[in-house]
Structure formats: structure tokens, C-alpha cells
Write a new protein. Structure first.
Length: 323
């Protein structure tokens, strides 16, 4: 409104008509910039997780509006789309999600939406041989065969970033060179982050390199950075855990003399607290080594609210508590 007022200093009634005409014109025809069909000429991109939003944001910078459905502390395995999410998705020009059944309760909506607009799983297009298969599954099983937590191996996440960039360049060729340059710069940052994590984790003495968390999110992290990982709950937080899981975990922690276990920002801490209490009863003192960001990043505007910041915060916590 303000924008139009400045450009067309007209009486109020004409202004309303002018506004309507302006809006009709921008929605029905290509806008003057010619790249996309939103009022501001910017692509409207919606992502499921914050990690994907951050990757998209690094590539598009100010050329698109990017929104994530799942904020800090939100568990993607359990997440159901709200009415507001559905509105955002239906107004979006492009949608990115993780795939590999991470967004288990949104899969149907996303698949339906893919018939109407560009909807991409960032894991699609990556060589399946790089994915970990779930216990008891083989690669030939189906999309439910793979571990979805691909962002925990920074070098694997870099491949998702490349996929995102490819789709953005195709959708918005006018800005393709800009996206390619931003992608290259971001991939460089990720490459040095990957090396940094490797070095940091290697600094933990081998026998203490055991990472125990609330759920099985860290298997890619374990593979990439040579640290053994165990989650109390399974790959998806949908799967219930029983008393036996807790007693097994107490046994493992006590026998290996593990110093610390880690709760996660997107998973309730109670079950792991029961494990800690169980260990203490057996005379093995174990502490909660802090909160890790597993399936969601930190709050917007904090260092942990970015992918790189989230990885660094996790590694810092792990090294401090286990070393
Ligand atoms: Zn998870």
C-alpha cells in the first residue's frame, strides 16, 4: 500500500482501484522483473526443517523468501501439518523436504503437492549407496529402508546442498550464476567444517568415543567422524522403547564407564534421565553432557540457529563431556 501511495499520489477511492488493478496485473501477468509471479518478484520457498531452510537461504540470499514449517525444538518424525502450514505450502513456488521418511506424517501431503508444483526431497538425487540402511532393512526395501538423518555427516549434507542449488537454478535461470557462486562458497565452508569436526572428535581418546543420545539420530555422524553411537529410542521417535531398552543402556554405560550421555533439543529428556538414575543406582556416575541439536536447530538469531553453528555447538558439547 505504502509503495503504491508513494508512486501514485491519488485520492483515496482511486487509490483502492489502482491497488486492485496493480494486484491483478502482478498475479496474472509476469511482473516487470520477469523472474517469478509473486508481488515482490521473489520466489516463495517453503521447507520442512530448519536445516533445509538454512541451506536454501545460503544459496538464494535475498533473491527469495524462505520459510520453514518446523522451528527450533520441533520433532520432524511426529510433526503434522497445521492449517497455516497448508496455506504456506499452497502459496509456495517451491517446496523442499528431507525425504527418506523423516517427515513421516507429512509424506502424503508432500507427494500430493508434488503433482501441482515443484516439490523436492533434498535426499533424492544423492547416490543411495551413501545412505545407511536401517537395522533389519536392505537397500532394496523401499524408501523406508534408509536412515533419514543425513545432515549429521557434513560431507553428505553438502551433496543435499548441491541438489537444492540445482533445482533453484532450474526454477530461476535468471539468477542461476548467483546461485552457483553462493553454492560454491557455502560448499567451501562445509568442507572446512567437515575437517574441523573430524579433528575435534579424533581428540577424544578412542575408548571414550561412545556417544549416547535419546534417539538414533547420530549414525551418519558416527560413520563420518569415527565415533560409536547408541540411541535409546530407534531411528524414528515414533517407535516406542521399553524397560529392556533402559536396562540394556544402563548395562552398556556402566560396563564401558561412559562419562556422559546427551539429551536432544527435539526429544523429551525423561527416558534418558531414567537411564542416568539407573546408572547412579548401580554405582556408576554418569552425567547429562548437555543438549544436542539433533532433528531441529537452535532458535533463530542464535549461532545454533544455523546449520554450521548447530554442528559446532554439538561437537563442542560432545568433546567437552567425553574427553
Ligand atoms: Zn530423528
Amino acid at each position: 500500500m505504502k509503495f503504491i501511495k508513494n508512486r501514485y499520489p491519488l485520492p483515496e477511492s482511486i487509490l483502492v482501484i489502482a491497488t486492485c488493478l496493480y494486484l491483478i496485473a502482478t498475479f496474472t501477468a509476469c511482473n516487470p522483473k520477469g523472474n517469478n509471479n509473486t508481488a515482490e518478484g521473489k520466489l516463495k520457498i517453503v521447507t520442512t526443517t530448519g536445516m533445509i531452510k538454512d541451506a536454501v537461504q545460503n544459496i538464494v540470499q535475498d533473491k527469495a523468501d524462505v520459510a520453514a514449517l518446523m522451528g527450533a525444538g520441533v520433532d520432524p518424525h511426529l510433526y503434522k501439518a497445521s492449517q497455516n502450514d497448508l496455506n504456506l505450502l499452497s502459496n509456495a513456488d517451491m517446496v523442499f523436504y528431507n525425504g527418506l521418511f523423516l517427515e513421516g506424517k507429512m509424506e502424503d501431503i508432500l507427494e500430493k503437492l508434488a503433482r501441482q508444483k515443484p516439490v523436492f526431497a533434498v535426499s533424492a538425487g544423492i547416490d543411495n549407496a551413501l545412505f545407511l540402511t536401517l537395522t533389519g532393512k536392505t537397500a532394496t526395501d523401499d524408501k523406508h529402508a534408509y536412515d533419514p538423518h543425513i545432515w549429521f555427516d557434513v560431507s553428505l549434507w553438502a551433496k543435499a546442498v548441491t541438489q537444492i542449488s540445482k533445482h533453484l537454478q532450474e526454477k530461476d535461470p535468471e539468477n542461476a550464476a548467483f546461485y552457483r557462486a553462493n553454492e560454491a562458497a557455502y560448499l567451501q565452508q562445509l568442507a572446512s567444517l567437515h575437517e574441523e569436526v573430524k579433528q575435534q572428535i579424533a581428540g577424544i581418546p578412542k575408548e571414550q568415543r561412545l556417544l549416547i543420545t535419546s534417539h538414533d539420530a547420530f549414525n551418519y555422524f558416527g560413520r563420518a567422524y569415527n565415533i560409536e553411537v547408541k540411541g535409546l529410542q530407534g531411528i524414528s521417535t515414533v517407535i516406542e522403547f521399553g524397560l529392556k531398552d533402559i536396562t540394556d543402556m544402563v548395562e552398556l554405560i556402566s560396563s564401558r564407564k561412559v562419562k556422559a550421555v546427551f539429551v536432544e533439543s527435539s526429544v523429551p529428556a525423561k527416558p534418558l534421565e531414567a537411564v542416568v538414575a539407573g546408572c547412579n543406582e548401580r554405582g556408576h556416575r554418569v552425567s547429562i553432557g548437555g543438549t544436542l541439536f539433533s532433528d531441529a536447530m537452535g532458535q533463530d538469531g542464535t549461532p545454533e540457529g544455523t546449520y554450521i553453528g548447530m554442528v559446532k555447538a554439538n561437537v563442542h558439547n560432545i568433546v567437552q563431556a567425553l574427553k
